[in-house]
Write a protein that binds this ligand. Structure first.
Ligand code: FES
Length: 315
């Protein structure tokens, strides 16, 4: 979808609020008038607007077939920037919450066999994927790690899947045994993984190319070249802007008064994805797959830049 088109912003009501683990609060959100909520598929997330400059992305972790309610789970992050503290300390039952989306950059790709790997709160997008894989009759397993058993959300829900799920708290079993899941991966198996950066990096290093699909909550550490100045032509607005070395494309575009959607500004949420009509993007996001980067058809304008002197964007 173009960033020109405004996404649906819903004002929802917090109907239930319960702890899914130590420090993890699960919220059930409904429309205040009981209206249907937008459809979504496993892997989707929403932007929750917590204040004028405070937005956070949370994966939908309920049942996509239930169009009357959305469930999100929020990990309390003592060193965070205030989003999780607000949800944990101030948001109560019956309070309203502005939510934008849903959007999905982590869709479950079709396969007959899946290996799911989740670390900590990374279980949230994986949870509905398991139900979808199960419903599709796929062969699957989940390796789920966390600091301690008590800190790991939704373990009770997962117990219904029996031995397809391996719960591996670090204080009991140490680091996740990725070799047991990834070595000798049968042909046609897809791996979907969500969790902290070091886990995703370790999985990436072990997984055959093309088999892995990840979602990152924090920007991936990557080597980038030096920033240079370049031009951006906005095809729809007929404007050409100069993007200085110390400015993002997003800031340049907004500075020119062109309205675009954005949220995280660090290349993780996918909100600012923009179609590229000409030019060679220098991808610096943590959202696009290698294939998508190679294709160069879209870019995340909050962080990505240009390899040459000029880009033409569908803005
Ligand atoms: S605003 Fe989140 S990826 Fe650009």
């Amino acid at each position: 979808m173009s960033v020109y088109e405004s996404e649906l912003v819903s004002e929802l009501v917090v109907e239930e609020r319960e702890f899914a683990a130590d420090g993890v609060l699960a919220l059930t959100l409904r429309h205040p008038l009981g209206e249907e909520l937008p459809a979504w598929e496993p892997g989707a997330h929403v932007d929750v607007v917590l204040g004028p400059d405070l937005e956070r992305q949370y994966s939908l972790c309920g049942d996509p077939a239930d169009r009357t309610a959305w469930r999100i789970a929020v990990l309390r992050e003592p060193d965070g920037r205030g989003g999780s503290a607000y949800v944990h300390e101030q948001l109560g039952r019956g309070d309203k919450l502005r939510v934008r989306g849903p959007r999905n950059h982590f869709a479950l790709r079709p396969a007959r066999r899946y290996r799911f790997i989740a670390g900590g709160i990374g279980i949230t997008p994986i949870l509905p994927m398991l139900a979808a894989a199960e419903a599709a009759g796929a062969e699957w397993s989940l390796l789920y790690g966390g600091r301690t058993r008590r800190s790991m959300a939704f373990t009770e829900e997962l117990s219904g899947y029996g031995d397809r799920v391996t719960i591996a708290p670090q204080d009991e079993t140490g680091l996740l045994d990725l070799a047991s899941v990834l070595d000798g991966l049968p042909e046609g198996t897809l791996v979907h993984c969500c969790g902290p950066g070091p886990l995703l990096d370790a999985v990436e290093a072990r997984c055959p190319a093309g088999a892995l699909h990840v979602e990152r909550f924090a920007p991936k550490v990557q080597e980038v070249g030096q920033n240079t100045e370049f031009e951006v032509e906005l095809a729809r607005s007929g404007r050409t802007l100069s993007v200085p070395a110390d400015m993002s494309v997003l800031d340049a575009v907004r500075g020119a008064g062109v309205e675009v959607l954005f949220s995280c500004t660090e290349g993780t949420c996918g909100t600012c994805e923009t179609d590229v009509l000409e030019g060679d993007p220098d991808h610096r996001d943590s959202v696009l797959s290698d294939e998508e980067r190679e294709a160069g058809e879209t870019m995340l304008i909050c962080v990505s830049r240009c390899r040459g002197k000029r880009l033409v964007l569908d803005l």
